[in-house]
Design a protein around this ligand. Structure first.
Ligand code: 5GP
Length: 181
C-alpha cells in the first residue's frame, strides 16, 4: 500500500478488488453471448476500468472518452465538457459506461443523453462509487461498487488537482486545510 499520512482510508485495495470480482461476475452473466463495448470515462475511471475488464469473461471491447466538470477544484462546475470522444461509431452496440464516481449525476446524465443520440443497441452504467447525498439529477446506475458518504475522495484513479490518482486505495482528507486567500 502506498502510504500517505494525511489521508484516511475509506476503502482498502482488498475491499475494492473483492467488490470488482462480484461486479465482473454479474456483467459476465448479464452479457452472456454478447460483446459489449466498455466505455471508460477518463481520467478518473482508468484504474477501475483496467481492473474490472480483466475480471469480465466476455469478448468485450474497450473505448474511452474524456470529460471534465471539476477543473482543479473539489466542487463540480455543473458544466460537463467532452474533451475527447470515442474512437468509433457505436450504432447497434451494447454499451457499458464505466465511471469512477457518481456525485451530482450530471456527468453520467450528460453521457447517457449524448451516447443515446448515436443509436446504440443498449446503454448500461457502472460506477465504482456513488455519493447520493449531493444528487442533483436522477440517473440509473446499473452496477454500483460502493455507496459512500459525502467526502471528497481520492486514490484508485481519483484525483485532487491531478494528484493522488496512483494511491491503491480510496481515501479522503479528514481535516481539509482551511482556504488561504
Ligand atoms: P458528477 O457529475 O456526478 O457530480 O461528478 C462526476 C465526476 O466528478 C466524477 O467522474 C469525478 O471525476 C468527479 N468527482 C465527483 N466526486 C468526486 C470526489 O469525491 N473525488 C474526486 N476526486 N472526483 C470526484
Amino acid at each position: 500500500m502506498i502510504v500517505n499520512e494525511e489521508v484516511k482510508v475509506l476503502l482498502s485495495q482488498k475491499q475494492i478488488h473483492e467488490r470488482i470480482e462480484q461486479i465482473a461476475a454479474q456483467i459476465t452473466q448479464d452479457y452472456h453471448g454478447r460483446s459489449p463495448i466498455c466505455i471508460g470515462v477518463l481520467k478518473g475511471a482508468f484504474i477501475f476500468m483496467a481492473d474490472l475488464v480483466r475480471k469480465i469473461d466476455l469478448p468485450l471491447r474497450t473505448d474511452f472518452l474524456t470529460v471534465s466538470s471539476y477543473g482543479d477544484t473539489t466542487k463540480s462546475s455543473g458544466i460537463v465538457r467532452m474533451l475527447s470522444d470515442l474512437s468509433k461509431p457505436v450504432e447497434d452496440e451494447d454499451l457499458i459506461i464505466i465511471e469512477d464516481i457518481v456525485d451530482t449525476g450530471r456527468t453520467l446524465h450528460y453521457l447517457i443523453e449524448n451516447l443515446r443520440t448515436r443509436n446504440p443497441r443498449s446503454i448500461r452504467t457502472c460506477a465504482l462509487l456513488h455519493k447520493p447525498e449531493l444528487k442533483e439529477v436522477d440517473v440509473q446506475i446499473d452496477y454500483i461498487g460502493f455507496t459512500i458518504p459525502n467526502h471528497f475522495v481520492i486514490g484508485y484513479g481519483l484525483d485532487a488537482a491531478q494528484k493522488y490518482r496512483n494511491l491503491d486505495y480510496i481515501g479522503y482528507f479528514p481535516n481539509p486545510k482551511p482556504k488561504t486567500i
